[in-house]
Design a protein around this ligand. Sequence first.
Ligand code: FES
Ligand code: FES
Length: 212
Amino acid sequence: MADHQQDTELDEGGCSRRGFIQFIGVGVGVVGATLLSPPLRKPLLAHTPDRVLSATDMVMVRLTINGTAHAVAVEPRWSLLYVLREIIGLTGSKIGCDRGECGACTVLFDDVPRYSCLTLAVEAENHAITTVEGLMDGEQLGQVQNAFVEEDAFQCGYCTPGQIMAVEGLLRKTPSPSADEIRHGCSGNLCRCAAYKNIFAAADRAARMKRK
Ligand code: FES
Ligand code: FES
């Protein structure tokens, strides 16, 4: 009885509450149907390709990582970082932010430091990829890695592989960097432990070691 009274109550404009809700429902339905209708526009492609890949189709890519060729089936949307860690098993490159902010995932892409979390694996085909594992000679650390150890250039160590790759890339391009060039070369890599002073010292030491 109370519900019935409520439903039939009229507001000052002469519209019942139920009527108002039904009106809104119809309106939303009409707007929704309009938005969901296929838009009338020309197709994006002038011709019809044999097949358009969807994001979840697998494609084969040939990746050269640390001098070794790999043929890998990947989804076109997979990042290089994901493929390195989860498919190939090279876990030296770390996942920090996974969105291009921290540098923990830095690898060398044709000798240039690059965030592997923002690089698609399919982009890496026909390029030389170097990860922190690739700086080692068997069980021996590379020069930049040794410089980080000798300068105690880490605390938790999570950012360290990315920092090392940034320094390695800097020194491949600029063998005798100034202090400013070192700071600039490391500027894409964050260290939550704030070991920057030692990281810069390690970069300088590595430069001297490489020149010998
Ligand atoms: S994980 Fe790639 S930039 Fe942070
Ligand atoms: S050593 Fe901990 S984040 Fe850099």
